[in-house]
Every structure is written in structure tokens, then in C-alpha cells.
Design a binder for this molecule. Structure first.
Ligand code: FPP
Length: 248
């Protein structure tokens, strides 16, 4: 099992935890630049942070953790950076999959997969297969993911069902729509965290964050710690969530 920091975990009121936390892991490049390092060094450091945060999510028994690893827009970065991120992604899966499995994590990938190399696609499939019966944290890695793209793909699937006569347009509900998204069967996002001193959604989980609480920090992702993660979770526990209704 993964080691845990008992003092840290004890700070959290387990009854006030979000079910689903999503994270935009931003600021790797800037963190590296100010240190005179290559952007790739920032991404490498970012993977170490990710491991610590996943561990904390496992120890706190969060239901779902979703991280934005690569967006549909990230293909516009220089080839060298895209290649580096792909290698980092496959190294991470290769190196960590057994340990995630031993910790009852169930990995899933959100987004398109067809533009990744066949080797990476295989590794993604293998990881999903290995962990498919696990009952712990649902760990969603958004890779070649865009919220608008996900919604368009869901609309296409629903249109095909209508065309096949299985569904009538009047019966398309929010639930039917949610069931066609990559996150089907998972709770909506309760808390969205973005590191790296930017305050925007960047096409992440547009549907699922409809009633999410937002938590922004200046801390660049490589410096984000389990302590700050717990601060965000505690802050979430203090929010008054009304979902459009009045406070009772
Ligand atoms: C944003 O920082 C980060 C990314 C585009 C990639 C995030 C990837 C990782 C943390 C590691 C890879 C993930 C896995 C699952 C292995 P940025 O490059 O936009 O930073 P900047 O805004 O400072 O330039």
C-alpha cells in the first residue's frame, strides 16, 4: 500500500469531501523557465507531483480524480514538446500501472485516442484492462481531450441512435446526454483545481463542471503539494452549495 501522512489526512473532515475532483495541472513550463531549465524538466517534475496527489486521493478514498494531461489544442505545441509529453505519458503508465493497480485505482482515459501511437494506445488499453475491476479511486486521465470535442462526440452518438429509430428527439434528456460522455457513470465534478496562476477552464470538462466549485492557486504544478491539495479540499468543505436553489 502507498505510505500515508497521517497528520495530513487527519486535518480533513471526511464527511465534507468532494466526490469528484478535477485538476488542471498548469505552470510546468513557467516553473522550468524561471529556473533556467527546459520546459520538459517542468513536465518531468509535474509527473512527480501527480503521483503524490494521486496517492493522497487514494488515502482519502476520493471517489474520482480527473487530471488534464493533454488537450486537443496541445497538438499545436512544438513537435519536440509533444513528443516529450507522449514519452512521459507512456513511461508513466509503464512504470506506475502495477503500483496503481496494487492500490485499487481504476484508470480511465477521457478524450480521443486514435491520434496516439499504436504502442501508446496499446499501453492505455492494457492499463484500463488491468485495473478494470478495481473499486478504489476512479482516476481519469484526460488525454487528447477537449470539452467541446467530447460534447460533439456525444451528440454524434445520440444522433446515430435517433437515426436508427432507437430514440426520439423529445426523449433526449440531460441524463441520456451525460451517459454518452467519456465520464459516463461517474459523478459530476464537485471541485475544480487549477494551478499555475491562470483562471480559466481551457475547454476542460465543460459539461461536468456545471455546478463545480473552483479553486485557483498561483503555485505552479511542480510545486503543488499534498498539503495544498488538502487546503483546497478543506476550503471546499466550507462552501455553501445551492445548485440554483435557496439555502435551507
Ligand atoms: C501545463 O503546463 C501542463 C501540460 C500541458 C501537461 C501536463 C502534463 C503533466 C503534468 C505530465 C504528464 C501527465 C501524465 C499523466 C504523465 P504548461 O506546459 O502549459 O505550463 P506553462 O503554462 O507554464 O507553459
Amino acid at each position: 500500500m502507498w505510505d500515508s501522512n497521517a497528520d495530513l489526512l487527519a486535518r480533513v473532515d471526511k464527511t465534507k469531501l468532494p466526490r469528484h475532483v478535477a485538476i488542471i495541472m498548469d505552470g510546468n513550463g513557467r516553473w522550468a523557465n524561471v529556473r533556467g531549465l527546459l520546459r520538459s524538466a517542468g513536465h518531468t517534475a509535474g509527473v512527480k507531483t501527480l503521483k503524490q496527489i494521486l496517492k493522497t486521493a487514494v488515502n482519502l478514498k476520493l471517489e474520482a480524480l480527473t487530471v488534464y494531461a493533454f488537450s486537443t489544442e496541445n497538438w499545436k505545441r512544438p513537435h519536440t514538446e509533444v513528443d516529450f509529453l507522449m514519452h512521459l505519458f507512456s513511461d508513466y503508465l509503464e512504470r506506475e500501472k502495477q503500483e496503481m493497480h496494487a492500490n485499487n485505482v481504476r484508470i480511465k482515459f477521457l478524450g480521443r485516442t486514435e491520434d496516439f501511437s499504436p504502442a501508446l494506445q496499446n499501453l492505455m488499453r492494457e492499463s484500463v484492462e488491468l485495473m478494470k475491476n478495481n473499486t478504489g479511486v476512479k482516476f481519469n486521465v484526460a488525454a487528447d481531450y477537449g470539452g467541446q470535442d467530447e460534447i460533439v462526440r456525444a451528440a454524434q452518438k445520440i444522433s446515430r441512435r435517433v437515426q436508427a429509430g432507437e430514440l426520439s428527439p423529445e426523449n433526449i434528456s440531460a441524463q441520456i446526454f451525460a451517459d454518452e460522455l467519456d465520464t459516463a457513470g461517474q459523478p459530476p465534478v464537485d471541485l475544480l483545481i487549477r494551478t499555475g496562476d491562470e483562471m480559466r477552464l481551457s475547454n476542460f470538462l465543460l459539461w461536468q463542471t456545471a455546478y463545480a466549485e473552483f479553486w485557483f492557486t498561483e503555485t505552479p504544478w511542480p510545486e503543488f503539494t499534498p498539503e495544498e491539495f488538502v487546503d483546497a479540499l478543506i476550503d471546499f468543505g466550507k462552501r455553501s452549495r445551492r445548485f440554483g436553489a435557496l439555502k435551507n
